[in-house]
Design a protein around this ligand. Structure first.
Ligand code: IPM
Ligand code: MG
Length: 366
């Protein structure tokens, strides 16, 4: 394989410190494989605002457009609360997703054996859980027009618009069906067809796409009932496909089922580039956790597993992705815990960088 390029955008808060651990993992692969990742680094979010006065500089966007894959840490923090809406750190991330057209957001929620007691739900409900939420990421109420705060009469009104075209629904549905084909062949689509026209259209289009996938067991659920079922018996699900806003909520809920937000990676995939790879950005599901930034308490696992997803989905390095995932399972089985994973009776937590080093020590030279 010719040397693939990786753009690293550490972002804000704990982003840089968890990304530092990913860099160690990348260095390990650069030493132990017969090619090297060409890594470049850029700014996004509040850190980009501080340097350039914008949460995503055009040059960084251009770099992102030409990279083979992007790894992002996290954006945001209370010190940016005062900024104008369009300058807020989150706008940088949303612009990246939109400009690169990363329409399919894969958010796996997997319960690691060593952590099943750590969930707020009973062990038998979450043990062995392995579900995948596919969230539409470039449309819906996040981007629909008209939007804004307007004067009407003697008061102001806030407007956002939920808008989906058939082709937007169809492409994310296809991604979800394709992923379900590689898993347990069950897909549940969630919307609010009882209240929203976009929900009616969503259900129709997903059903029609389903005709091309006769092997998939397709079901539909209202998103509120879906939230309830996810906490009642999450193992009934395999793949869930849903819109941008419902996917934002349901993926946080699913993440917490597994015990820690600090464990979960995500991939945001777009259409194929000329080299056959999908446009892709990988990031942990957790946020920038400014309250613990710089204290060594953050958990680098979600970010390291996001790199594993990059190996799997961008570079077809499935075995190497497996090697990282085994290493993570193995350090957890050894009882190593960062502060967020500490249960009753556990020993003292290890730091962010100790966790990174422990994972690297488990990587197998093969
Ligand atoms: C997420 C986050 C983002 C979102 C924010 C940071 C813009 O919550 O990736 O889930 O709402 O999509
Ligand atoms: Mg979210």
């Amino acid at each position: 394989m010719s040397n693939p390029s990786l753009l690293i955008l550490p972002g804000d808060g704990i982003g840089p410190e968890v990304m530092a651990e990913v860099r160690k993992v990348i260095n390990w692969f650069n030493k132990n494989r017969d090619f090297e990742f060409n890594v470049s680094e850029g700014l996004v979010g509040g850190s980009a605002y501080e340097r350039h006065g914008t949460p995503l500089h055009d040059d960084t966007l251009a770099q992102a457009q030409s990279a083979d894959a992007i790894l992002l840490g996290a954006v945001g923090g209370p010190k940016y609360d005062h900024l104008d809406f369009n300058l807020k750190p989150e706008r940088g991330l949303l612009r990246l997703r939109k400009e690169l057209d990363l329409f399919a957001n894969l958010r796996p929620a997997q319960c690691f054996d060593a952590l099943s007691d750590f969930s707020s739900l009973k062990n038998e409900i979450v043990a062995g859980l392995d579900i995948l939420i596919v969230r539409e990421l470039t449309s819906g109420v996040y981007f629909g027009e008209p939007r804004g705060i307007f004067e009407e009469g003697n008061e102001r009104i806030g407007i956002n618009t939920q808008r989906y075209t058939e082709s937007e629904i169809e492409r994310v549905a296809r991604s979800a069906f394709d992923l379900a084909m590689q898993r347990d062949k069950k897909l549940c689509s969630m919307e609010k067809a009882n209240v929203m026209e976009t929900g009616i259209l969503w259900r129709e289009v997903v059903t029609r796409v389903g005709d091309d996938y006769p092997d998939i067991d397709l079901t539909h659920m209202y998103a509120d009932a879906g939230a309830m079922q996810l906490t009642r018996w999450p193992k009934q699900f395999d793949v869930i496909v849903t819109d941008n806003l419902f996917g934002d909520l349901l993926s946080d809920l699913a993440a917490m089922l597994t015990g820690s937000l600090g464990m979960l990676p995500s991939a945001s995939l777009g259409s194929q580039m000329p080299n056959g790879r999908p446009k892709a950005l990988y990031e942990p599901v957790h946020g920038s956790a400014p309250d613990i930034a710089g204290t060594g308490k953050s958990n680098p696992i979600a970010c390291i597993l996001s790199f594993a997803m990059a190996l799997r989905y961008s570079f077809n390095m499935r075995e190497d992705a497996d090697i990282i995932e085994y290493a993570v399972q193995s350090v957890l089985a050894d009882g190593l815990r960062t502060a967020d994973l500490l249960g009753q009776g556990d020993l003292a937590p290890i730091s962010t960088s100790e966790m990174g080093d422990a994972i690297i020590a488990k990587l197998l030279v093969s």
